[in-house]
Design a protein around this ligand. Structure first.
Ligand code: HMG
Ligand code: MG
Length: 309
């Protein structure tokens, strides 16, 4: 079996990771997190979302966070925009990429963005058109590609249908999301195969939440198909406010450890990622969800000091 030799990770911790936090997280903490992530080598960072602050209060500081980041050359910053209002608010922040987000299940579309799948495409189409006219890259997130919190199992033909709709409106890349982390490798493979009916392998990424502890296995299954782009969240932060009980994305540290152990390069510095994860976990006053980070922090704590040696 051959795997890609290099993988691109999109760090979604500041957005997917923090959007579900009940406690207010100051904009300064979010900005510091982005700075630490880019210091660890992250070249793609999903920073925030331009959604309704009534729906997702935690992202209400979107423009402040975007304005506060000291951008590094070579790093691309993306934001979520569900409609023209969101796009118009986002464009002043000069994102490199915008993300429209739809769902393979009707019920999740209604709960998450308050419209049907067909209506979501009507809202996204002008966003995609405006973004591309402005030279901004457009990614489409496809939620609930294996399971839905309201409808249960989701068939691959629904994924293929959503991928076609995304393609038809001009979305350039799609992320196959297991929003509630119920997927297992063969189901995830089928969702990706359905997506590949409409998108090239180079325009498809994996976005796996780790609720049932399957996200690394699902990542490996996708890698074996040739997928080389994944969304991950530092310290395994997060969840979706409209997918109750779903935990965070697969932890960046865990994916990087696995990939580096397989000889696959990411351009990321695992020690610095662990530091960034420790920073945000301390700020949220909770342990990291990353098994690798916990192991490496324990190893650091137990390492003999110079005096003891
Ligand atoms: P709506 O109520 O249908 O929108 O919400 P509307 O157009 O009828 O407007 C209602 C009010 O919202 C108006 O304000 C608008 O101005 C305002 P009012 O007159 O009542 O004061 N509004 C906005 N305000 C700020 N920014 C906007 C915006 N649009 C309308 N962009 C809407 C539709 C999509 C806005 C709403 O449902 C919403 O904000 N949903 C948030 C969904 C969300 O952020 N979910 C989490 C992200 S998706 C995710 O996590 C999944 C992903 O990780 C992949 C995976 O894991 O599956 C990507
Ligand atoms: Mg997500």
């Amino acid at each position: 079996m051959s795997y890609p030799t290099r993988v691109k990770l999109v760090e979604v911790g500041p957005r997917d990771g923090l959007q579900n936090e009940k406690q207010p997280v100051p904009a300064a903490t979010k900005i510091e997190l982005v700075h630490r992530l880019q210091a660890a080598g992250c070249k793609e960072i999903e920073v925030t979302s331009f959604v309704s602050p009534k729906w997702v209060p935690q992202m209400g500081d979107n423009a402040e966070v975007m304005a506060g980041i000291q951008r590094l050359p070579g790093v691309r910053y993306s934001v979520l925009t569900p409609n023209m209002k969101g796009f118009e608010a986002a464009v002043g922040s000069q994102p490199d990429e915008i993300v429209v987000f739809g769902a393979a299940s009707e019920a999740f579309s209604q709960k998450n963005i308050n419209c049907s799948i067909a209506e979501s495409m009507e809202r996204f189409a002008p966003v995609v058109q405006a973004a591309r006219a402005a030279g901004i890259y457009v990614r489409g997130a496809m939620s609930c590609t294996v399971g839905c919190p309201y409808e249960g199992e989701v068939a691959p033909d629904k994924v293929a249908y959503l991928a076609k709709l995304m393609k038809d409106i001009g979305v350039q890349h799609v992320g196959v999301a297991d929003t509630i982390g119920v997927g297992t490798p063969i189901k995830v493979r089928k969702a990706i195969e359905a997506t590949l009916q409409h998108f090239d392998i180079n325009d498809v990424s994996g976005h796996f939440h780790d609720t049932y502890g399957q996200a690394l296995a699902n990542t490996l299954a996708a890698l074996a198909m040739g997928v080389w782009q994944f969304d991950t969240a530092i310290a395994g932060l997060g969840g979706c406010p409209y997918a109750k009980g779903a935990t965070g994305n697969v932890a960046t540290e865990d994916v990087v450890y696995m990939l580096h152990g397989m000889g696959i390069s990411t351009g990321l510095d695992l020690d610095k990622l662990v530091d960034a994860g420790a920073f945000i976990s301390d700020a949220l006053r909770r342990p990291s969800q990353s098994r690798v980070a916990r192991a490496l922090l324990a190893k650091r704590a137990n390492a003999p000091t110079c005096e003891a040696a």
